[in-house]
Design a protein around this ligand. Sequence first.
Ligand SMILES: Cc1cc2nc3c(=O)[nH]c(=O)nc-3n(C[C@H](O)[C@H](O)[C@H](O)COP(=O)(O)OP(=O)(O)OC[C@H]3O[C@@H](n4cnc5c(N)ncnc54)[C@H](O)[C@@H]3O)c2cc1C
Ligand code: SF4
Ligand code: SF4
Length: 420
Amino acid sequence: MGNRLSTHAVPPADRPVWTPEIAPALPRSLCTDCGISRTASAGDCGTACQFIKPDYTALETRVHGRARDLAKPDELFFGPFRQLLKASLKAPIAGAQWTGITTRIAEKLLESGAVEAVLTMAPDAQDKWKPVPVIVTRAEGMAQVRGMRMGYAPLLALLEPARAAGYRRVAIIGIPCQVHALRALEAKLGFERLYVIGTPCSDNTTTENFHEFLALLSDQPETITYLEFRADYHVELRFDDGRTKAVPFLMLPLSDLRPDFFPLTCRTCVDYTNSLADITVGYMGGTGEQWLIVRNARGSELVALLGDELKSGPPEDNGKPDGSKRAGAVKGFLANTERAAGGLPLRRMPKWVRPLVGWLMPRVGPRGLEFARTRVEMKAVESIIHLRREKPRRMKTMLPDHVWKLVERYGLTPRDGERG
Ligand SMILES: Cc1cc2nc3c(=O)[nH]c(=O)nc-3n(C[C@H](O)[C@H](O)[C@H](O)COP(=O)(O)OP(=O)(O)OC[C@H]3O[C@@H](n4cnc5c(N)ncnc54)[C@H](O)[C@@H]3O)c2cc1C
Ligand code: SF4
Ligand code: SF4
């Protein structure tokens, strides 16, 4: 008997989680191996890839019935939505990344028969931080996939085995670069029903690189069982003996990482909040709770499935209409990103000041939706600066107009030939 994730060519009747065999990836330049290159239609990368020529306006219109409305507060930052919520499960699921809203939605979809399969990521049997694409066919299987793995893995390579197994009603849990390719190809897939539960994603890297980061955080990195960047400017670590530790962002050993620790893909992707998902389940705007971006009717249907298991309300927001609450942080980030991209050392505050500022930030810094806006603007700044330096010819096709709009107020404007 192999481990519970041993691969099978067909769904195993005796297990709720199926790990189909997946073909090798084809070489691609800017690529997070979403899985399309491993399918029989590998040529679809050209039209589906977020890193080639994304068309968010067309895809948002197809998926949500309209593109983001830049005149509507916050759609510039978060993409089209019906509702923004701060939320948590009244009974949090043990082992989930936050309270387990993602897991519970998927369980409900399977329990109710709304879907026959959920395509998502399980932890690798040898390396708990490594994502492995799996198909969950019964609600009890979701317990094996809760929690976050660091890295990316070929989620969309599961589309072929899922279709071959005859699944017509399917849910997918994915990060933005996976969801972009999925939506671009959705019409061709021919599913009767497709639910897309997205999470935000930023600062991702390969699982191999992530282990280097863990080794800087502890002299026994193998004992770390949980890591999360929280909205209170701390990274939370949990250890296998039950200890927990909160490290202020400013005290993180980020400057000890190699310059290419984060791949160019993850430094330049443009859809932090997963704007093409039916619902985005994150934490950035949640002030210590989860944050839901309900984008369309299907997203509302997913929230309704949770019924009174969910506690929810309006997100907090300490932003000011003129953006002044976040401007200092974003400008500082911009200056440092430009220095780093130019190979110059980061401007850092003296070591003795850092604990003080680390203490102050959660108290005086951007909070709730303003924290999320700050992070989205920083991500836009980062994408432009790194593409400009490393792949300037991609700027014209890779950067949607709204990304330029996000950074306009910081004096970052397109140069000749950079805008499509
Ligand atoms: C790499 C990464 C970066 C993230 N960055 C942010 C961020 O900057 N801001 C923010 O608000 N939220 C971010 N998130 C989302 C956040 O960490 C939580 O996953 C999300 O809030 C859901 O919490 P939950 O308790 O509902 O999840 P759970 O119920 O624990 O379910 C998590 C789900 O995510 C899937 N999953 C785990 N790892 C991966 C992976 N590597 N790739 C794809 N799917 C995976 C699991 O299979 C599971 O289905 C990130 C997630 C990932 C995977
Ligand atoms: S579509 Fe997916 S597999 Fe193809 S190049 Fe893009 S990220 Fe890589
Ligand atoms: S940071 Fe962006 S490119 Fe990297 S894995 Fe996340 S969504 Fe994909």
